[in-house]
Design a protein around this ligand. Structure first.
Ligand code: 5GP
Length: 125
């Protein structure tokens, strides 16, 4: 089920300049900025400027230019932060099971150090 976008979220305020951020770069359709609570030496968030709750909405509603631009944005962050050779982790949390806290689509780009294995093994039942 698609969730209604709620403008009362922190990233909407960042996009509109109501709340400051440490901007890494900006593309036509995206902004990348430092995560306020970094989980690794490098922790950048990349978000589309348009209001998408999460990846489900983006896949359904974004046009091709926005989709290409988002991947360009990721590639630019990788370049600017010099992550290509050593590697990095790209992830987006979706919905309740994904533990998405901010209800505006964002990709985490993490690196600058070994990140360990994927995620902790969960109980299956
Ligand atoms: P999620 O759990 O939704 O995938 O991740 C939300 C991320 O947003 C977290 O890593 C959190 O540290 C980051 N975050 C929350 N509020 C702010 C803020 O005001 N500014 C910045 N730059 N990052 C934030």
């Amino acid at each position: 089920m698609q969730k209604t976008y709620d403008k009362n979220n922190i990233f909407y305020k960042i996009i509109n300049g109501d709340i400051p951020c440490n901007k890494v770069l900006e593309t036509e359709h995206c902004i990348a900025f430092e995560d306020i609570n970094p989980r690794a030496k490098i922790h950048v968030l990349l978000i589309p400027k348009k209001p998408y709750v999460n990846l489900n909405d983006f896949i359904l509603d974004a046009d091709k230019n926005e989709k290409l631009d988002l991947f360009d944005g990721i590639a630019k962050v990788v370049e600017v932060k010099n992550l290509r050779a050593a590697g990095y982790r790209l992830l987006t949390n979706v919905g309740e099971n994904g533990h998405q806290e901010v209800q505006h689509l964002h990709f985490h780009i993490l690196g600058g150090q070994p990140l360990g294995s994927f995620i902790k093994k969960l109980e299956l039942d």
